[in-house]
Design a protein around this ligand. Structure first.
Ligand SMILES: Cc1cc2nc3c(=O)[nH]c(=O)nc-3n(C[C@H](O)[C@H](O)[C@H](O)COP(=O)(O)O)c2cc1C
Length: 170
């Protein structure tokens, strides 16, 4: 049964999610990256995750060609960096915001991230407009666990509060 694409979009706006920046570095040293919420844990043994990238984004092809990518999980303090990587601007310009290092695969790691997963591409599954990247995690960088994660819902950034949830259920 056909559904209204507007309803689909409205429904998805209510699916709150953690904000990440997915990055890659090609052998020639060029870097690409984009802001993404379509990221999910997949397997603990072996450690794997998945990320869904629009195949028409400028970052998709470089990730597939490089065969490596990093998922940088953002904190509230990284909101400006999330904005920078969600905009249509040249890749090199994006990396002017944020403090960037690199993981063992060479993929760019945001040093202020809550966590970063440095991955090798295991498989790419094409589905609709997107490519589902299955990544084998080679290295995990753990940042400051005391920072609040950056969340996105209803078209806006926000934070997470365990204290608030506790007040509501008690
Ligand atoms: C909060 C948020 C979440 C996003 N999630 C995704 C996502 O999961 N996958 C995706 O392909 N694009 C996602 N986007 C859109 C890309 O960040 C955006 O299209 C970006 O400009 C693509 O950059 P590029 O063309 O340089 O790769 C998201 C944007 C925002 C603001």
């Amino acid at each position: 049964m056909p559904i209204d694409p507007g309803d689909f979009k409205q429904g998805m706006r209510r699916l709150g999610a953690s904000v990440c920046i997915i990055t890659t570095r090609r052998p020639d040293g060029s870097r690409n990256g984009l802001t993404a919420t379509a990221v999910c844990s997949l397997s603990a043994d072996p450690p794997m995750l998945l990320a869904c990238l629009n195949r028409s984004s400028n970052s998709f092809r470089p990730v597939v060609e490089a065969g490596v990518f990093a998922v940088n999980v953002l904190s509230l303090q990284d909101a400006a960096t999330a904005d920078q990587f969600a905009g249509a601007r040249p890749a090199a310009e994006k990396f002017l915001v944020g403090d960037w290092g690199e993981g063992p695969t060479g993929a760019p790691i945001l040093t202020t991230a809550l966590a970063a997963f440095d991955c090798q591409v295991d498989k790419v599954v094409e589905a609709g407009t997107h490519g589902i990247l299955l990544g084998l995690v080679h290295h995990v960088m753990l940042g400051d666990a005391a920072k609040a994660p950056l969340l996105y819902a209803a078209g806006a950034y926000g934070g997470f509060s365990a204290e608030l949830a506790e007040l509501l259920v008690s």
